[in-house]
Each structure stands twice: as C-alpha cells, then as structure tokens.
Design a protein around this ligand. Structure first.
Ligand SMILES: Cc1cc2nc3c(=O)[nH]c(=O)nc-3n(C[C@H](O)[C@H](O)[C@H](O)COP(=O)(O)OP(=O)(O)OC[C@H]3O[C@@H](n4cnc5c(N)ncnc54)[C@H](O)[C@@H]3O)c2cc1C
Length: 495
C-alpha cells in the first residue's frame, strides 16, 4: 500500500530503502533513507525494522491501515507525518522506543490525549510515543489517592474517582489528556479550591532520556518532581501520575448567556464578582457565538460560567450576585453535579475544527482589557471561537511561585483568544486575527502566558516568560535529566 503523500511504501519504511522522507534526527530536520546520517555525535540506522521486531503491530508506520487515524490530533490544522507511531502498551514499550530512538539519534514526540493546540504530540519524521493504550486508573478511597497512566483522559479519570465520591482538579473537557494538561499546570473548575492539577500530583513515574524509570516525588528525585509540575513534557515520559483526591461536595453552577449589548457591563460585573468571590467559586467569563438552541443562537453573546463546590447553601449564596445581574438571555445556573460541570464545554472537545490560540496572564482586569475584548466581539471567526477569561488566585496562590515549576501564580486572570473554525481556506485570516488581538491584549499582561494554550509559534522568549523566575532552575533540571534535549517536541526548555 502506497503512502500517496510521501510516495513511501510500508516495506520501504521497514527496510529503509526509500529515497525520500524518513526519520527526523535530534538536532536536524529530516533524515532521508539510504543516507548515513550523523547528528549529535551519533549514527542513525535507516529503517525501523528492529523496532518493529520489538513492538510488533504496536508500531504503526506509513502504509499501515491505522497510520492516517493515528497521526491525527485534536487540532485539524496539524498535518504531521511521523516516521512511526509506537502505541505503547506499558513501560516496557516506552523504554524500548526511548532506547532505540536515542541510540540512533531519532527524534521523538510524546502523545497523551493529543489535545495540545500546537500539535506537539506529533512531528514529521519522528517516532511518536503514543500513550493512548495506557489508560489504567486505580483509586484508593482509603488514602484518597488515584494513580492514572499517562494516556488517561479526564472523562475516564473523573468517572473512576466520582464513583467513589472523590475528585481532583482536572480539565474541563472530557477528551483532554491528563498528561499534557497536568504537566503544563491544569486549570479547572476546582482550581481555586484545590489548586491546579499539577498541585495535586503526589508522585509520578518517569522514563528519562537515558532509559531509566524514575519516581519523582517529594522524597525521590525531588528536582524532577518540582520540574514536572508545570514544566511540561521536557523531562521524560510520565508513565503514570499519582494524584491527591478530595471529597466530592455538592456543586452549584452552570452558565448564563447575555446579549451583545451587555458585554461591557457583564465584564465589569464579573470583575467585581470575582474580586470578592470565595475560593470555593471558580468563575469564567467570555464572548462567544451563541450556541444552538439558545436565544442567542448564532449571535455574538456574553458568557459567565461558574462552579461552586461546597455546601449547597453556600453555593446558593455564592450565585445570588449573578442571579441579580441581568437580565441574561439564558440562565442555566443552579444546583448541579460535578460531572455536569465537566460536560458544560463538551462541544469544544469534538475533533475536526481548526484552532489557533493566544493567552495572556493578567494582573487585574483593567478597563482597557475589557474595552479591547468588547471592541473585537463582532469579529469572532465562527463557529467556535471563544474569548475566555479564567479567574485564578485562591488555592493556586497558596503555593509560592518557586514551589513548583508553574509560574505566574500571582496572576489574577488568564485572558485567552481561542480561535476555532472549520475551513482550511480561512486559516491565514483567522490566525492573523488571533495574533493581532492577542498582541493587543499582551500590552496589558504580566508578560507570561499559559504554556498549555500556546500555539507553538510564540518563540523561545515567550516560553521563558511563561516560567518567569523559574526558567533558570528548569534549565538546570533539564541539563541533569535530558542534556541532549531528546524530549524537544514540547514548549521547549533547551538544556
Ligand atoms: C478542547 C480543549 C479543552 C481544554 N481544556 C483545558 C482545561 O480545561 N484546562 C487546562 O488547563 N487546559 C485545557 N486545555 C489545554 C490542554 O491542557 C493542553 O492542550 C494539553 O497539552 C493537553 O494534554 P494532552 O495530553 O491531551 O496533549 P498532547 O497533545 O497529547 O500532549 C501535549 C504535550 O504534552 C506532553 N505530554 C503529554 N502527555 C505526556 C506524558 N504522559 N509524559 C510526558 N509528556 C507528555 C508532550 O510534550 C506533548 O507533546 C484544553 C485543550 C483543548 C483542545
């Protein structure tokens, strides 16, 4: 079977006889089959036949039936052609791939849930370490801890913990991977009460570039433990995370929609509301194109989405100011469940849309920021673009900036332009729109951005700014655990 796009047969891939295409080497773009290539001081073999012997059908290569679907990630704009996709069944497979690729200077990428907007899970010519088959979850209700493998998604994680009335801060969309989300921080409905997802990591098992399986915790490899809580996938493949869980409490929340004419008032109200909201409340506000079935369907609309976790009466009290503000076009706020909150943004998880994002951490929500957002409100690329303001603080700020790699803990808000559209022909215009809007907002920002929302073309200065004063320490940890930058398919911290 021919891979039409690249003209390489499956046999060519295994024997290394094709003239074009091939393996991306560490520190070089692409290695053509048939060449002898040297990069970073080593030699790359031309084919993948040895790896195929080790992994069998778990290794997917161009020409295999599963190749096209396996190379796709959530963002439909990403169109990468890995040399192979290793669908790892466990730690043993990961070790095989890491050792194989490292010894031959072949580049790798790591795929958790495949949701990263920058598409960092796949790279042209590299071997994708795909963790999708590693979706085991073990919950211990006695210790209130859960261990979850690196390929688990939040929907599955929530299902297991909620069955035992336990919960931890997780992503707001069920199909997002715990891997990338946790490693970059992890914003969710419980973040102001229980901290970021990464703040709830008690330990992790990590395969490092030199082919060791290490435990990262407060008592073992504590520098690695510090770095993986916010530093992204820079330090190794996390084969499993151990999370602190919390008792599930009653939830009051949901969302309210407002007509475009109220946008300015809505953001002013939201700013006042969040400035005095208790840590049991996490609230977001935004501008979107009204969802189907609502009175603002297809029109520019305002959004307040909110979650209170605590006693039902406290929850009802916390919602009163929102109920008093209005009138909304639609109000879906009331007693609900944590799982209902976790499916509020479910539509955003559908694959097939094209995405380009920008985010900026803000200290306060100034009139200038509000005016800028409102000024662009009638330009949103349809159908799914969202301008989103996430209120931070609370438990996130109870840890100091230096306690984990995640920085910008002092920021009050994360203001993002999440461009989402369907047509490839609109890519250039919409990317330009998000960039220029994002740049306007940046003028009012702290200078930092949330690494998990980065589109991937922001440049090294932006990655550095995302880590602020932790950057130097992150570089030191990188030098120790990954001195050759083997794990570079990420928001990269070069050694
Ligand atoms: C629809 C949608 C909703 C989202 N909602 C939220 C949200 O509510 N809160 C929030 O904070 N973020 C959210 N995000 C952003 C999300 O945190 C990032 O996209 C994150 O990268 C997703 O993780 P993943 O494992 O699915 O990504 P992938 O694309 O699989 O991985 C991204 C990168 O993470 C690293 N990585 C992933 N898993 C591992 C692992 N096990 N070991 C080592 N490295 C690994 C790798 O470097 C990889 O390249 C959302 C994104 C989308 C698209």
């Amino acid at each position: 079977m021919k891979n039409a796009k690249r003209g390489i047969t499956r046999r060519d891939m295994l024997t290394g006889s094709a003239a074009a295409g091939g393996l991306a080497l560490l520190g070089t773009p692409t290695f053509s089959f048939g060449q002898t290539a040297r990069a970073s001081g080593g030699t790359a073999t031309a084919g993948l036949e040895d790896l195929r012997k080790l992994l069998g059908d778990s290794l997917v290569i161009p020409g295999d039936d599963a190749y096209e679907s396996s190379r796709k990630v959530w963002n439909a704009m990403i169109d990468k052609h890995p040399a192979a996709i290793a669908r790892c069944n466990g730690v043993a497979d990961i070790l095989q791939v890491v050792n194989y690729a490292r010894d031959r200077n072949i580049a790798v990428s790591v795929r958790g849930g495949g949701h990263n907007v920058a598409g960092k899970a796949v790279r042209d010519g590299a071997i994708t370490i795909d963790l999708g088959r590693m979706h085991g979850i073990w919950v211990d209700p006695k210790t209130k801890r859960a261990r979850a493998q690196g390929g688990v998604r939040w929907g599955a994680f929530d299902k297991e913990t909620l069955a035992l009335n336990l919960v931890t801060t997780g992503g707001t969309v069920a199909t997002t991977g715990i891997g990338g989300l946790t490693l970059g921080g992890g914003l969710g409905w419980l973040m102001r009460k229980h901290g970021l997802s990464c703040d709830n990591v008690l330990s992790a098992e990590v395969v490092t570039a030199d082919g060791r399986l290490l435990t990262a915790s407060q008592s073992e490899n504590s520098d690695l433990y510090w770095a993986i809580r916010g530093g992204g996938g820079n330090f190794g493949v996390v084969t499993s995370f151990e999370y602190q869980l919390h008792d599930l409490e009653p939830v009051v929340g949901g969302m309210a929609l407002y007509p475009a004419s109220m946008l300015k008032d809505m953001f002013h109200f939201y700013r006042d509301y969040t400035s005095s909201a208790p840590d049991s409340v996490t609230a977001m506000a935004g501008i979107l194109i009204g969802p189907p079935g609502t009175p603002v369907e297809g029109q520019t609309a305002g959004l307040i989405a909110v979650c209170h976790s605590g006693s039902a009466s406290d929850g009802e009290r916390a919602m009163r100011p929102i109920k008093a503000f209005g009138p909304p076009a639609a109000d879906f706020i009331g007693p609900t469940s944590y799982s209902a909150m976790q499916s509020l943004f479910g539509a955003a998880g559908q694959p097939g849309s094209r995405n380009y994002w920008r985010s900026n951490f803000m200290s306060g929500l100034s009139d200038d920021v509000i005016d800028t957002m409102v000024a662009h409100s009638d330009e949103l690329p349809p159908p799914g673009t969202l301008i989103l303001v996430e209120h931070l603080g609370g438990a996130i700020r109870r840890l100091g900036d230096q306690e984990t790699a995640f920085s910008n803990r002092g920021a009050d808000y994360n203001v993002s332009v999440l461009g989402t559209w369907l047509e490839a022909a609109e890519d250039d215009d919409n990317i330009a729109w998000v960039r220029s809007f994002g740049d306007e907002l940046k003028a009012f920002a702290t200078g930092g951005a949330y690494v998990n929302y980065m589109a991937g073309d922001e440049g090294t200065a932006s990655v550095r700014a995302a880590y602020e004063s932790n950057f130097k320490r992150l570089v030191d940890v990188k030098r120790k655990y990954d001195p050759t930058n083997f794990f570079s398919g990420n928001q990269n911290i070069a050694p």
